[in-house]
Design a protein around this ligand. Structure first.
Ligand code: PMP
Length: 360
């Protein structure tokens, strides 16, 4: 069967070559007579797989030596509590930027552990833009500043990295990690669930500057302590081994295909094609501010919501799936992560133009 174009926000499309390799290696990984899924995480085969995945991620993102890379579980949502537990470090409060659904969840959770100051928000315009830094009311005594560089539901992305001086910057990069070149040294901590741009759900990646480790809130469970995971090379307990393996294949795929600079170039082109189509039409509407439009998640509505079902049906008939918008906002959303080929975006644009001609 031909593969379809999957526009899901996550779990999301993976590179075909990666799936093929995982399939080829399923029964017998590199002649060892077993699947990666069956390997002891402490055996030399899997230790090699994990070390290689980390080395490739470090190379791709240019992660400096004073940062730890952790392969954890629990999703980005667990980070909403692990971050305050680990990074409050004796301070009274943390600064958060509220740009939508995922920021709100991070804020809600952090409030269980300390005071949260919302230092900027785009609530005044239904979370459709990224507040400029000169509108932020940062507190020099905050433990850290948290923001969401790409709001997966709202489709708002920061095209710049905030400057928080000596206060560590914490970023939920779940939906735009590896999609563009990022200077890791500007961040205290970066985290991401794997299921969008990295690999299968179940793996969560944390990249953390090592001076931020080791001062957790009293009562922090062992499994929630970054230092425990860092000191044990993410093998304090059984890590999500198969997820790490597939992520490693994705990292190799990224390296073969020009790394993050090339991905960024392709992502700009793919998103540009889609936004140009939206802007050229009065039949479709994109709610986000032009300067802050996400390259990864493109929300849009049809002029008449009564046509939504017909649009989704026609999309499905053409092999384009998972275009329905998030249940909280409705309309459509096309997620076009690294592994979505340009052909997929072109097929969507063709559908949109044909549909407008038929129903506009
Ligand atoms: N943050 C962002 C930006 C997300 O897009 C998501 C998932 N869609 C989450 C956090 C939550 O991730 P998880 O399901 O891995 O906990």
């Amino acid at each position: 069967m031909e593969r379809i174009y999957n526009f899901s926000a996550g779990p999301a499309v993976l590179p075909k070559e990666v799936l093929q390799q995982a399939s080829d290696e399923m029964m017998n990984w590199q002649g060892c007579g077993m699947s990666v899924m069956e390997m002891s995480h402490r055996g030399k085969e899997f230790m090699g797989i994990a070390a290689q995945a980390e080395a490739d991620l470090r190379e791709l993102m240019g992660i400096p030596a004073n940062y730890k890379v952790l392969f954890l579980q629990g999703g980005a949502s667990s980070q909403f509590s692990m971050i305050p537990m680990n990074l409050l470090r004796g301070k009274k409060s943390a600064d958060y930027v509220n740009t939508g659904e995922w920021s709100k969840k991070a804020i809600q959770e952090a409030r269980k552990f300390g005071a949260v100051n919302v230092v900027a928000t785009s609530a005044d315009a239904n979370f459709s833009y990224a507040p400029a830094q000169d509108k932020w009311t940062l507190d020099a005594n905050a433990a850290y500043v948290h923001y969401t560089p790409n709001e997966t539901i709202g489709g708002v992305e920061f095209n710049w990295v905030p400057d928080t001086g000596s206060v560590p910057l914490v970023a939920d990069m779940s939906s735009n990690i590896l999609s563009r070149v990022m200077d890791v040294s500007k961040f205290g901590l970066i985290y991401a669930g794997a299921q969008k741009n990295i690999g299968p759900a179940g793996l969560t990646i944390v990249i953390v500057r090592d001076d931020l480790l080791g001062e957790t809130l009293p009562g922090t469970p062992t499994m929630m302590d970054y230092k425990i995971h860092a000191d044990n090379d993410s093998m304090y307990n059984t890590p999500p081994t198969y997820g790490i393996y597939v992520a490693g294949l994705v990292f190799k795929w990224l390296k073969r295909n020009g790394g993050l600079a090339k991905m960024e170039e392709l992502n700009v082109a793919k998103a540009g094609l889609l936004y140009d189509c939206l802007d050229a039409s009065s039949f479709y509407h994109c709610p986000t501010a032009k300067a802050d439009r996400s390259r990864m998640n493109v929300p849009f509505t049809l002029k008449d919501p009564a046509l939504d079902e017909a649009f989704l049906k026609e999309a499905k008939a053409r092999g384009l799936v998972q275009l329905k918008g998030h249940r909280s906002v409705g309309g459509m959303r096309a997620s076009i992560y690294n592994a979505m080929p340009m052909e997929g975006v072109k097929a969507l644009v063709d559908l949109m133009k044909d549909f407008e001609r038929a129903h506009g």
